[in-house]
Design a protein around this ligand. Sequence first.
Ligand SMILES: Nc1ncnc2c1ncn2[C@@H]1O[C@H](COP(=O)(O)OP(=O)(O)OP(=O)(O)O)[C@@H](O)[C@H]1O
Ligand SMILES: [Mg+2]
Length: 249
Amino acid sequence: MTTELLAVRGLAKAFGLSNVLEDVSFSVMPGEIVGLLGPNGSGKSTALNVISGFLPRSAGTITFAGRDISDAPVHAITDLGLVRTFQLPSMPHRMTVREVLKAGKRDDGGRFAPVAYGPEIDVLLQEFRLAHVAGHAASALSGGQKKLLSVATALRANPKLLCLDEPTAGVHVSLRSDLVGVLRNYVAQGGACLVVEHDMLFIRDLCTRCIVLDRGNIIADCLPGELENNPRVVEAYLGKAIEKGGMAQ
Ligand SMILES: Nc1ncnc2c1ncn2[C@@H]1O[C@H](COP(=O)(O)OP(=O)(O)OP(=O)(O)O)[C@@H](O)[C@H]1O
Ligand SMILES: [Mg+2]
């Protein structure tokens, strides 16, 4: 039996009296690309924040690669190989795009370490269409370019599990199929992915399985093609029929 890479059990997160995550349980197996979906405010980013150690949980357990990471600090979780991007990425002011990519490499011991310039960076710059801005300040990139650079930097870290928060938001539609190819390739080489997204075409192309959150609880865990026939999912998205191309659009 294959062991779960990520196992989330009974996860809860409250902000004051507001229970944003109530009782969330799911797993990601090696080689899976799992979509984490749900209406605005359903708790997707909060779930990523708690899993990756950026916010403390209120209850529940999280195990990753066989370790209990429920109370682990961000750097320890990252060193284990769980790397995430943010819905609104921010970039350092004094680093170029190439320098940001250089700084994101994990060495053989799993720790992040700057490495000498190498072709791997050029490949990423090409794949993410950032080669023409490689020498520009990362903080001066457009919103979509920052998003692409954050995904490229996370990939450069060679994670066991890549957690992405809306990777296509602000990214031109012509790049989305490229992104699907890059992420599939990464997973084919031994990675796994947990991806928060609203773009249903991207989800259908990319994901092997989907989890749907609604008001802090999981209401579906199914194949991408089963989403639009799931009454609980349809109802969660404002009770209206899912149109081709996007539930949340
Ligand atoms: N630090 C915080 N303090 C208080 N409430 C918060 C905090 N972070 C998130 N929330 C609340 O938790 C709820 C879920 O927010 P979250 O950002 O997880 O939603 P989401 O599913 O990612 O939504 P979206 O699709 O719009 O990005 C929202 O009501 C939000 O206001
Ligand atoms: Mg969010």
